[in-house]
Design a protein around this ligand. Sequence first.
Ligand code: NIG
Ligand code: ZN
Length: 409
Amino acid sequence: MTPASTLITNIGELSTQDYAQGPEASVLRDAAVVFEGERISWIGAAADAPAADETMDAGGRAGLPGWVDSHTHLVFAGDRSAEFEARMAGESYAAGGIAVTTAATRAASDYDLTRLLLARVAEAAAGGTTYLETKTGYGLNVQEEQRSARIASTVADQVTFLGAHLVPDGMDAEEYTDLVCTAMLTAVRPYVQWADVFCEQGAFTAEQSRRVLAACRKAGLGLRVHGNQLGYGAGVALAVEFGAASVDHVNYLSDDDVAALAGTWTGWGPGRSGTPGTVATCLPACDLSTRAPLADARRLLDAGVPVALASNCNPGTSYTSSMTFCVATAVLQMGLTVQEAVRAATFGGALALRVHTGEDRDGQRAVGSLAVGHRADLQLLNAPSAAHLAYRPGMPLTGSVWRAGVRVR
Ligand SMILES: N=CN[C@@H](CCC(=O)O)C(=O)O
Ligand SMILES: [Zn+2]
């Protein structure tokens, strides 16, 4: 049973990602945290910590918010390791592989799809992920997209409708786009908070993407876009035009794309209130698995665009939910500092999902940073500092993990 209050003390380095007092003040030494139920009730110097029902000594280990994985595709069945092997032998990635997963997903029972999803979420939690979004997109007809959305909504923190992932075999692209915007949208609507579109050659054109985004916005959904993954294109511009919360992949960006994203953040700053703009979500595990150029997160941050790091866990382009792998790659190969990478994988993801604030909205507490009133999502590393995530890549550094005050590892 979870005690009413828990004190975790002797945390050698606590990266709170709470910029209310500025970035420097967000890393505490010799710190402690108190959870009451699902929320953080106290945070500060270990020497000043109040008593609690239960105490845990962190032994000088590092603490940080649980990872917020803002981009996954976890509702699927089947295996595409042959496609991966072919890619490693020189084939290039094409959106058409999605059809293989669609066939396997449609053939799976509700029980099997739920079991697979639960196992993937448990794997992510074991790696320190305490909040995650997942998408539909392997059903691709009204009944199957609704089924994916329904199953996802029982397990994931947030669900995104991605009916516009690929035009299924045998359907005309225009007719399918109409279906996504009408009957399919109505069928999934009770189960989802967001809509997404794969705006790319081989998937949906800019015009089709625009129709999907307009219909989903009218239905009251928040928007996100898979954009600029396989080449330069309209994804970023559309995301900005529609006020999307994020545009994801962003491997091929023109100067205009970067400037447009930066423009959405005018008047907003970390630690201050204001209306957030469009987050650029980088997916390094996907870039490596598709042998694509790593998204230029350094350029985005330097231009003033907040970046999220996410796993994009899916069977085609990124079959891993390891956020520690993404963080290590961002530091070692994408030019981010350790704190920038940790921030992108915690606060950045929360910003992309609009759960970064401290308001207790519909039972939703802020995640992605550690402060009084936020959800008690904490991970302790088997290391004295967050730097070890990149200093010792591939090592089993995830120690204890709490999600909403409950120990999950
Ligand atoms: N790019 C589009 N969708 C997924 C890949 C889906 C698949 O190939 O199964 C992605 O984000 O990479
Ligand atoms: Zn994706």
